[in-house]
Write a protein of this length. Structure first.
Length: 242
């Protein structure tokens, strides 16, 4: 471990290697608080490191971290969250460390969602902020990808399509307000977009169906979260049902 580390977390793999992430003092003053450095230490004590630049964190935590040999090469990859909403997915190969490839987006966590023994990534996508019926909220969307048997992490394949069809079992052709008193949910708007409804069409329907209610002023109305609904309508989902 670097002697000047301000904070560090380490984990030993089943093969005797060790992953270390450490926060080091800044070389020059910036708006950041520390430098993030990742090390891989071999069983014999040899090590390689990679500096990932200045970050805001002053302390690291191993909460939610994961060790798994995604590519079956005998070296476990390491997943670690930091800076609140950022992540590392590090790999060691041929004496070097680097980031393990994935389609993009922030990985919230890993979970074996299909029972095949391989952890699947849950991605988070930021859609910006919108005014809800009670407060301004950060709009986010979660999408579960799939880790294939080859170790490749994908956003869309047969497994993901099957999962989407279970979450959104029927295409949305009718109005979002299907019955009197029903509230329009962001999930129904998302499912309409997942089934191929265009953003323009989703916005048009929401505006039309919500014309009778004050927008964003009555949390009990079907359209209390009007701006939130429009935000979901305008953003393309990462994957659509084919």
């Amino acid at each position: 471990m670097p002697p000047d580390a301000m904070s560090a977390v380490c984990v030993r793999t089943p093969h005797g290697d060790m992953w270390v992430a450490a926060l080091l003092p800044l070389k020059e003053p910036t708006k950041a608080n520390s430098r993030l450095v990742v090390l891989h230490v071999g069983e014999a004590g040899s090590s390689v490191s990679l500096e990932l630049g200045p970050i805001l964190d002053t302390r690291l935590s191993s909460e939610g971290s994961l060790l798994f040999d995604f590519d079956s090469d005998g070296h476990e990859e390491w997943f670690l969250r930091y800076d609140g909403d950022r992540h590392l997915l590090m790999t060691f190969s041929r004496g070097r460390i680097g980031t393990y490839p994935h389609p993009g987006g922030v990985i919230e966590r890993f979970a074996d969602t299909d029972g095949d023994g391989r952890p699947d990534p849950v991605f988070r996508y930021e859609y910006g902020r919108a005014v809800g019926c009670a407060d301004t909220v950060q709009i986010t969307h979660q999408h579960t990808g799939h880790t294939q048997a080859t170790g490749r992490i994908v956003l869309d394949d047969r497994v993901v399509q099957s999962r989407l069809r279970a979450e959104c079992p029927a295409p949305q052709h009718g109005p979002f307000i299907a019955s009197a008193g029903q509230r329009i949910s962001p999930a129904s708007v998302r499912c309409a977009r997942v089934w191929g409804m265009s953003g323009d069409e989703a916005v048009r329907r929401i505006v039309s169906e919500c014309a009778a209610w004050p927008k964003g002023k009555d949390c009990t109305s079907p359209c209390g979260d009007f701006d939130v609904l429009l935000t979901y309508a305008m953003r393309d989902p990462p994957v659509k049902i084919l």
